[in-house]
Design a protein around this ligand. Structure first.
Ligand code: HEM
Length: 537
């Protein structure tokens, strides 16, 4: 009896020791290098609060940033992976811009072998392949290409506002599938549901060349698949954590981030669209057309769309092309709708700002005879200030990373040399909320971005689209898409607080998506004095 107790105690002790060693074997990385760092917890490192849903992702990052105050950089542990968090804007500039060649790649936990649709996409490509693909795709995002897509996006904005008007006017209309409720003359709308349908339709038409109308056809397969693949909460957040913790283990266990059916859905969609267009000689001003040109190496690169044919030596196959279309979808579906949700919430909460913005919209449309043009949208200064301030307060990308590819000594004290494979974090959300850079940081104040004030914003403290050559390739597209929706919405409706509007908002703790608890419920009231009815309507 005594003997078996001993065996049990010994076995338990041994297992605990092995587990402890397994869960901490990298956790002396920073102390050995004398780098200031946060104390890690076995296995979790410094990810515990978000993994256990004690904190939201932005709260976690602000916590790291504040605890490392007084240092230009510091170490944190993403589970077992040591990562350097850059606090100092000068250092961020060095890493992302000046010495960018040392930090070419994202860390990208999901590899090409594990998930080809992820791994082959621009965001995850590494080294020369990334350079080739980036320079091949860049001409697809010039202002002349954006101008061509403007019409497609405006059509989606019109579908959105027509649908809402129909819901308000026709009291007998049953609204199924969408999260919309009637409260007298006001529509209470869950904006995330509404705007993901809009961004879905925008990306469906401009990246895949198909028309969805997800408000009138709420259950369409494109939208359902989009919601699934862009959901980084619940079980999918756990899978993502799994990839962060150990990509090898996830591969070994054959746990996929994208289901086979969703992957096949996108593959056949892109493949069929390309074949149909090839066979029938269809040309449409959208991304799939540009991707087809990319494949042939004939994207026209200059902003006038004339000469300057771009070609690289790299050959891209159908899977490479599908991965880019898929990434545009992934990148555009959630981020742009998040921006629109927070903008609507902030405008409903600040009627004075909303009314000033509506004045600008009405005035601009009046001057242009009610026609919404590319130039008019881009000329609205106050609109730009509101959107910029929304992206400061609630950046859809809370944090971005880089992977060191060439040995690099950070130009700061204490001396820290990064080796190929080492990771760095750029804490976007925390920089945007640092009172040293943005006084009274929780205040929604578009004036920070006025012509007089925006010059005072310190370089590399405002980074909603990242920084340097690896920044967001779709930023112009995203801003145009969001501005079109806001102009169309605010020219026809007032945004109001309703009983279901969560006040104050609480950022969700359930995953990586930047969203809130309770849903973005906002009231829409048709404007009585609809100064200028859009001609494009
Ligand atoms: C408000 C909306 C958006 C936000 C806030 C956003 C933000 C970002 C950020 C922070 C990055 C990483 C940049 C870095 O590491 O420095 C990124 C990368 C990227 N974004 Fe966006 N994005 C948005 C919309 C879009 C849209 C609509 C598209 C495509 C149509 C897009 C395509 C991409 C791609 C392809 C990359 C990877 C670039 C590369 O690695 O070369 N994004 N985005």
């Amino acid at each position: 009896m005594l003997e078996s107790l001993w065996v049990w105690t010994l076995a338990t002790g041994l297992i605990s020791l092995i587990l402890y060693l397994l869960g901490t074997w990298t956790h002396d990385h920073f102390s050995k290098k004398n780098v200031p760092h946060l104390k890690p917890v076995p296995f979790f490192g410094n990810m515990g609060p978000v993994t256990l849903r004690i904190a939201s992702f932005p709260e976690l990052v602000v916590g790291w940033y504040n605890r490392l105050k007084g240092n230009k950089f510091g170490g944190v542990y993403e589970f077992l992976n040591p990562v350097i968090l850059l606090r100092d804007p000068e250092l961020i500039k060095m890493v992302t811009v000046k010495d960018f060649e040392h930090f070419l790649d994202h860390r990208a936990p999901i590899s090409e072998e594990a998930e080809p649709l992820f791994g082959k996409a621009l965001f995850n490509l590494k080294g020369q392949r990334w350079k080739d693909m980036r320079s091949t795709l860049s001409p697809a995002f010039t202002s002349s290409k954006m101008k061509n897509m403007f019409v497609l996006i405006t059509e989606c904005g019109k579908q959105l506002t027509d649908f809402l008007e129909k819901c308000i006017k026709d009291k007998n209309l049953t609204i199924e599938g969408c999260k919309i409720e009637r409260e007298g003359n006001i529509l209470a709308v869950e904006m995330k549901d509404l705007f993901t349908r809009y961004t879905n339709d925008v990306i469906a038409t401009s990246a895949f060349g198909i028309s969805c109308d997800s408000l009138n056809n709420p259950g369409n397969e494109f939208y359902a698949t989009g919601r699934y693949v862009t959901n980084f909460s619940g079980i999918r957040a756990l899978i993502f954590f799994g990839y962060m913790f150990s990509p090898k283990l996830m591969k070994l266990l054959n746990i996929k981030f994208i289901s086979k059916s969703s992957g096949n859905f996108f593959r056949s969609l892109v493949h069929n669209t390309m074949s149909t267009r090839e066979e029938q000689g269809i040309v449409r001003p959208d991304m799939i057309h540009l991707l087809m040109q990319t494949k042939k190496g004939t994207v026209q690169g200059d902003d006038n769309g004339t000469t300057n044919v771009k070609s690289t030596n790299t050959k891209w196959d159908d899977d490479d092309i599908t991965a880019q279309a898929f990434l545009f979808f992934l990148a555009g579906f959630d981020t742009a709708s998040t921006l629109l949700c927070f903008a609507s919430h902030l405008l409903a909460m600040h009627p004075d700002i909303q009314s000033r913005l509506q004045d600008e919209i009405d005035q601009t449309l009046k001057e242009d005879g009610g026609k919404l043009t590319y130039e008019a949208v881009h000329g609205m200064k106050y609109l730009d200030m509101v959107v910029s301030e929304t992206l400061r307060l609630y950046p859809p990308a809370v944090l971005v990373d880089r992977r060191c590819v060439k040995q690099y000594t950070l130009p700061a004290e204490p001396r820290c040399t990064l080796k190929p494979g080492d990771g760095v974090y750029i804490p976007i959300y925390a920089l945007h909320h640092d009172p040293d850079y943005f006084p009274d940081p929780e205040k929604f104040d578009p004036e920070r971005f006025s012509d007089e004030n925006k010059g005072n914003i310190k370089a590399c403290t405002y980074l909603p689209f990242g920084s340097g050559p690896r920044n967001c390739i779709g930023s112009r597209f995203a801003l145009m898409e969001a501005k079109i929706a806001l102009v169309q919405l605010l020219s026809r409706f007032n945004l109001k607080v309703v009983p279901k509007t969560p006040i104050p908002i609480k950022i969700s703790k359930s995953g990586f998506n930047m969203t809130i608890d309770g849903g973005f419920w906002i009231g829409l009231e048709q404007r009585v004095k609809n100064a200028t009815k859009l001609q494009n309507d």
